[in-house]
Structures are given as structure tokens and as C-alpha cells.
Ligand binder design. Sequence first.
Ligand SMILES: Cc1ncc(COP(=O)(O)O)c(C=O)c1O
Length: 450
Amino acid sequence: MSHILHRQTSHHYPAAASAAGIVIRDGTGKEYIDASSGAAVSCLGHSHPDVLAAMRAQLDRLAYAHTSFFTTQVAEELADDLVGHAPAGIGHVFFVSGGSEAIEAALKLARAYFVERGEPQRRYIIARRQSYHGITLGALAVGGREQARAAFVPLLIEAHHVSPAYEYRDRRADERPRDYAERLAQELEAKLHELGGDNVIAFVAETVVGATLGAVPAVGGYFKRVRDICDRHGVLLILDEVMCGMGRTGTLHACEQEGISPDLMAIAKGLGGGYAPIGALLMQERIFDAVAAGSGAFQHSHTYMGHPLACAAALAVQQVIRRDGLLANVQAHGAYLSRRLKERFGNHPFVGDVRGRGLFQGLELVADRASKQPFDPKMQLHARVKRAAMARGLMVYPSAGAADGTSGDNVLLAPPFIVDAAAVDAIVERLGDAIDAATVERTGSRMQEA
Ligand SMILES: Cc1ncc(COP(=O)(O)O)c(C=O)c1O
């Protein structure tokens, strides 16, 4: 019997015993293709020799030094590296140990910025429904994943939500994409007027929505309008690129493809590629300047922030991505993955949509393609697909909540950046079998339902 409180108390988890490249092996020797990089984490795959060597060398030098006493060379080098490749205006970095911590830091630094500037009345955060920003209380409050929030609502800070940019379900048939983007922009504008623009701290959004919607990029022009609106009201734009960032969509930062630069940006997951827990908050220089010229301190710290081993891992991961030209591979094999998914699932009776960017692709599962009606959430179809995929030696990342925060199943694919065409073919084939098996199981006969 395990003494760990696992994610699901009734589920038996195989023990991961070893891993190399895009494959994880369990204790019985069974192999799984890691087609989701865990949760969009293992961007270089597993056991990358150059990352391991950098981590070993760091351990031999220094494993840990508390940040209230010291900085370290490796943390400084990683900060230089991140700022050197950051969106326009980003000048400083705050290190943390994961995505939720990066979002917490973003919310608090955004508030601290306005306190430093003498605008303490700013107290509201606006975010979007069907989003996921992490599991700690602040991140959960701004997130829009209803089933994760429900039990904790009495503990959450006040947060306001507007619609996600979710073309598949929300763009009206008679609406052009740009009109839909405008409608969403007007909704944000209206929310700002309702709250009073100068009472609002920030608008928070995933640049490409990950787990809740399943790799959904915004409709064209949306983020430019959001950037303009935030600027007009003096509201900070916080982009959450914890999942979609650090190369996953084919550019280092997903926002590069939107032509905008955020005020604050949370990164994690692919930053350290799973070799060590690390996240970071990137900030515009004017935000750093406000703190430096004001109180001189951001009242927010963690014991393990800037951990040298994590920084060494992240620095090595970023250097390997550049040295090996892996963003080009993300673009090329992302396009190939998208094509293969569309070929396999384009006419599938229970796949309503295939979408994504780069090696960040999602399928939305629907009970009826014409009406886009989701499966009954009680069916837990996402969990069934995951089980069926694992049985076939495939790791994918299905979740629920796409349609309304609770119902609507999607399957997220986010293979490592080193994936090749043969691996993409194997992933699509196994996923097809898994979805067929899971839907047959649910509906009695898939063909009969179709
Ligand atoms: C977009 C996004 N933000 C934040 C988080 C939280 O990150 P973590 O699980 O590292 O705390 C996640 C995790 O999946 C995420 O996908």
C-alpha cells in the first residue's frame, strides 16, 4: 500500500522507472511514448546528456545558497539569458519553482507596482473563463476551471471573468473572425467600465489556452486589441505562458506570434524541461524601476527561489534548444502533427475540432459534431481516453471543462521538441485507437452512435 496521497486515491499509478528520449519505461518494462511531455514539460525529452552534465557540474560546485544571503552565477546567467531573448521591454526576472508560484508572484507584483506608484485603489483582477493559471489560492481565484475551484470558492480573492477567445464554440456563424475579436474586446472594455478602469490591476490570460480548452490560440487581432485596452486604462497585461511558452508553439514566447509584449509574463514547465522544478516571472523594466525607486523590495519570497540546480537545468535546456535549432523542429513537426491529426480525426464522429500551434495541439471530443454537444461529464471521457492511451503505451493529456468549465472533453498533445515524423505517426495511430476504444466503451457502439 502506498503512503502517498496520490492525485486519485482509487487509481493505481504505474511506477516510472527510467526514461530516455521521448519514452518513459515503467517498473515492468512497459514503454510509453511521452506525447504530452507530461504536462507540456519535458521539451527536450528525457535524460538529455547535456542537461544532466550541466546539473552534475552545478552540484559539484554548489547545490544551494539562500537568496537572502547570496546570488549565484548560474541564476544571474539564466536571468541574462531570459532577458536577452524576452519580448520588448522585459528587463528583469523573478525566479520561483513552478507555474502557480509564477502566477502568484505576478498578481502580487502587479498590485505592489500600483502601491509603489501611489495607486492603491487598484484592487481588481480580470481573467477569463475556461482558463487554468495554477492551483494555489490566488492562481485558482483568477482561473476559470470550475471543478477545480468549486470547493474553495469561499477562500478565494475576488476575481472577475470575461469570455475566453474560443472560436470553435463562441464565434457566431455570421461573424467574421475580426468581428468576433472585436466583440471580445468590447466585453473586456465593458468589464473595465463596470469596475472602473482605474480600480483594476491587471488582465490575465493564457496566450494559447492549454489544459482547460486544449491548445486554443486566440482569434487573430484579439491580443492587439487587449493590449490597447489595457494601455488605455493603465491596466497591466499578465500573460500566462506557463504551458504554451518557451518554444512550445514554435517561437520562444507564444506572444511573439501575437505581435505584443506583456507587462508581466509567467513561464515554467518547458523552462526547466522537467529536469528541475523552476518557474519565472518576466517583468517590464518600468515595473522593476517602480519597485527600485519606491520601497526597494518586492515583499514576496520563497525558500527555493533561484535554486542553483534548477537554474543550471533551465540554462542548459535553453542553450540546447538554441544550439540544436529545435524551434525549427517544433514548427516543422508541429505542422506535420497537425496534418496527421486532421487526416486521422477530420471526419471522426466524436472529434469536433483539431487546433493548436506548433507542438501544442488539441482535439475536442463531442457527442455530436453538428450541434457540438459535449459528452455528459459523468462519463469522464477524458479519463477514459487517458487510460486507453496508457494501455497502448501512449501518454497524452486529456482534460475536462472546455465547453463551460465543467463539461467538454479535450485531449492535449505536446510532444518533446526532438520528436520526428515516425514518432508523430506512432502517436497519431495509438491515439486514434485509444479514442475509438474509449468512445466505443462509452456509447456501446461507436458506429451505432455515429
Ligand atoms: C497555463 C498554466 N498556468 C499555470 C499552471 C500551474 O503550474 P504548476 O502546476 O507548475 O504550478 C499551469 C499548470 O498546468 C498551466 O497550464
